[in-house]
Each structure stands twice: as C-alpha cells, then as structure tokens.
Design a protein around this ligand. Structure first.
Ligand code: SF4
Length: 437
C-alpha cells in the first residue's frame, strides 16, 4: 500500500530563549517524494474493540473486581503505625516489618525472630499478605534476563522482566493487569483492561526480584562489576498504561524512593512511561519526585499516530510533546521519547526529520530519543525496520541535534519487549494449576 507522507514546510532550528513561548507549529503538508511505501497499522488475529462512534475503545476506568488485600506497601509509614495500633500493637513494629520486607525481602514470619513468637504469624499475615504467586519463569541462556509470570489473588496474570546490564539491574514492571489503551500492535492491549494493580502488587514485583538476586539467581555478573546486588532501575514498561493507574503508581514510586521506610531507590533510576495521557503528565510534573519521564510516541504525525496509538484521538502529538516539554521545564529532567521502529510503517526518513523538527521547535537539550527495533514476527505487518533504515533514522535525528540512541531489544528471545507481554495458552494452563498464595 502506498500513501503520501506529509512534508515539513517550516524548520525551526533555534533554541528557545528561556521563558519565551515555544513556536511549535511544524506544519505537515503533502510531499514532493510521493511513492514512499507506507504500511498502515492493523490488528492481526484479533478484533479491536470499538466504541459507538467506531473508534478503538479506550478504557480508563478499572473494571470492578475484588480488591487485593491491603499490604504494608499500600500504606504510608504513619498509616502503618495507625494500623498496628488498631491491632493493639506498638507503632515501632512498623519499622521492624519495613526492615524485613524492604531490606531483607522477606514476608516469612519464621525469619522475623525479633518479633514476639506469639501472634507473629497473624501480624505478618495482616501486614504482609501474599500478593504474587509465581507461575512461570523463563530465562536466557546466560541467565542475565529473566521473565516472571505472576498470578494475582484473583487469578489475573501479569509479568515482569529482570535484566542485568553492566553496573545496573533493571526491572520492567507491570502496573495494570491488561491495558485499556487498545494499541493495535500490542499483545497486552488485546484483551482490554482486567484491573488496576495495587501499589503493593507493583512493589512486590521488585521485592521478589531483589530476593532472587540476593540468592544469586540472576546471572551474567562480570568480576569487574561492583554494583549492588539489587534492582537499581525500574521501567514501567510491562503490562498496562501507568498513568491510567495514577494514584497507585505514584504510591508505589514513593515507596521505591523512600530511604527510611521503603526501598531507598534513586528517583532518577525510575522511568515512568506513557502513551500520552496529557493531564496525568502535567500532574506527574508537579509531584516533586524527579523520576525519568518517557513518552512512547512511535509516530510524529497525527495521521499515523491516530491509528497506531488510539489515545492520540484524545491528545494529539503536539499536545503530548508540549506536556513532555513542560515536564522538563518543571523538573529539569531530560525527557525520553520512545519510538518502536516498524518496517515501512513509521521508519521513514521524513518522519525522522519531522520528529526532529517538532522536538527542536520546543527548544534544545530537553529530550533524547530512543528508537527500538520492534521484535520481528515473520510475515507480520509488525516487523522491525531494516538495519540501514534504523541507522538512517538515528543519523537524521542526531544530525538535527537530537541525542538519539538505538536501544537494544533485550529479552527478545523470551518475548520480553514492552507491549509484547501477554500470557500464552501455555501460561494460562500453568496458572490454572498453580494455587494462589
Ligand atoms: S502498548 Fe502500552 S499502552 Fe498500548 S495497549 Fe500495550 S501496554 Fe497498553
């Protein structure tokens, strides 16, 4: 199929002076170089749910399901003390439980010998109820990448992927069971949103990964690597749209960065990504927690993005980029633009130029771009761009002054890439056979 891409008619290249309004009007008109191959997005092997107007259905509200039990990580430190007092226990037990859970990664009462034996089991059951049951684990040959399939208390399935890199360990976490954003290329989005995950269900993915690392279960460490043996980086790029589960994701982030009563991680190592929920991006910028913010853009023109990322029908490319720029203005944190390179769909040279223009129109030094070749599926319309095309895309952005780094597709051999996490039939069968708890 051939389609005509838009062409740039304005190319604002100057840095915006501080305080000056952005000239972000990069107009898109018809091209001189018609005939560029253009594959349009469509679903393969599944039907996209549509709303009454025929548009892809967007689900923002979590369906009503039984809530997971309240856990220590759902509460602030003060709320933990209050809950203990309600149970007739001294407040300082909160600190003890926090240490066991966030530092020693355990919810096992037998390991908590500083708590009185009498009533210990009940106390731990009340404050640290089981949340995730491991159903399956897949790992690469070198053992440096591990994908976990977890069953939640109500049988919903979610996944996380643990990856060791030189000097850091990254965990890709899920924030929702399923997803309501209905992106046609995404395995997770196919079944819609099952429910929001609780803050503690998000945190438990990290605690379980840390327990595994502490027990020597993550391979690939080089003798020259003296980094700590625990998760140092979090990316919210597993199942779900994190900003559609805003309050719980933010509670989880607060627990991650809390040095006294949580995991004590660096905010900079935490990447919150979104497909572009503009009001929530603005809220995030006001949080005063300098997490790294990533916008999953995947197309610089509304014509394509409307089809590729259905939420673009609500908030357009320019609105999402403006919100991303204001995130930088408020936090001083450089924004990441994620861009999955899909063959003949969004990988055209003119799209690299248009993206560069739109980013430069909002100033210099505030953004970098991470193109990532899509995991190839033979015969699918969703196929990774050819290597020379990837390189050209990156070159054009770099030449336009936008720092751009091609990301690797770690986890490819175990389907670990963002948006490709979904339970297979085999997973479902294994989950059926796994008792919760
Ligand atoms: S790509 Fe992300 S936002 Fe889109 S459906 Fe998949 S998980 Fe949801």
């Amino acid at each position: 199929m051939t389609d005509q891409p838009p062409v740039r008619t304005t190319t604002p290249r100057q840095a915006r002076p501080a305080g000056a309004p952005a000239d972000t009007a990069v107009r898109e008109t018809k091209p001189k170089d018609a005939g560029v191959r253009q594959v349009r997005p469509k679903t393969e092997g599944w039907q996209q749910a549509k709303d009454e107007t025929g548009r892809p259905l967007l689900q923002f509200a979590s369906p009503k399901r039984g809530k997971p039990p309240v856990h220590l990580a759902d509460l602030t430190h003060d709320e933990r003390i209050a809950k203990l007092k309600e149970l007739g226990l001294p407040g300082f037990r909160a600190k003890q439980l926090e240490k066991h859970y966030f530092t020693h990664y355990t919810s096992d009462p037998a390991a908590m010998t500083d708590l009185p034996a009498s009533g210990r089991e009940e106390l731990v059951a009340g404050m640290l109820p089981p949340l995730l049951t491991e159903v399956r684990r897949l790992e690469t040959d070198r053992g440096d990448t591990i994908k976990f399939l977890w069953k939640l208390h109500d049988g919903a399935l979610v996944e996380s992927v643990l990856m060791r890199y030189p000097g850091r360990i990254t965990l890709c976490v899920s924030s929702q069971a399923g997803c309501g954003m209905n992106c046609p290329f995404c395995a997770t989005g196919q079944a819609g949103l099952t429910r929001n995950m609780s803050a503690a269900e998000i945190i438990e993915q990290i605690v379980r990964a840390n327990a595994l690392i502490a027990a020597g279960g993550l391979g690939g460490k080089k003798s020259s690597d003296h980094s700590l043996d625990r998760v140092s980086n979090i990316v919210f790029m597993g199942m779900g749209e994190p900003l559609a589960n805003y309050a719980r994701v933010m509670q989880a982030v607060r627990v991650m960065v809390d040095k006294d009563h949580g995991l004590g991680m660096s905010a900079r190592g935490i990447t919150v990504s979104t497909v572009g929920l503009v009001p929530a991006i603005k809220k995030l910028a006001d949080e005063d927690i300098p997490v790294t913010f990533a916008l999953s853009l995947h197309a610089p023109d509304d014509g394509l993005r409307d089809e590729l990322i259905p939420v673009n029908s609500k908030w357009k490319v320019d609105e999402a980029l403006d919100a991303a720029r204001s995130y930088f203005d408020k936090t001083g944190r450089r924004v990441s633009i994620e861009y999955a390179l899909i063959k003949d769909m969004n990988d055209h040279a003119w799209r690299a130029d248009l993206l560069a223009d739109k980013l430069n129109a909002r100033g210099r030094g505030w953004v970098h771009v991470n193109p990532i070749p899509l995991n190839p599926t033979p015969g699918s319309i969703w196929t990774a761009s050819e290597v020379p095309v990837q390189n050209e895309f990156v070159r054009r952005l770099n030449d336009a002054g936008i720092p751009t780094t091609l990301r690797d597709t770690r986890g490819k051999e175990i389907d670990g890439a963002c948006g490709q996490l979904v339970a297979t039939e085999e997973d479902e069968a294994a989950a059926e056979a796994t008792p919760v708890g």
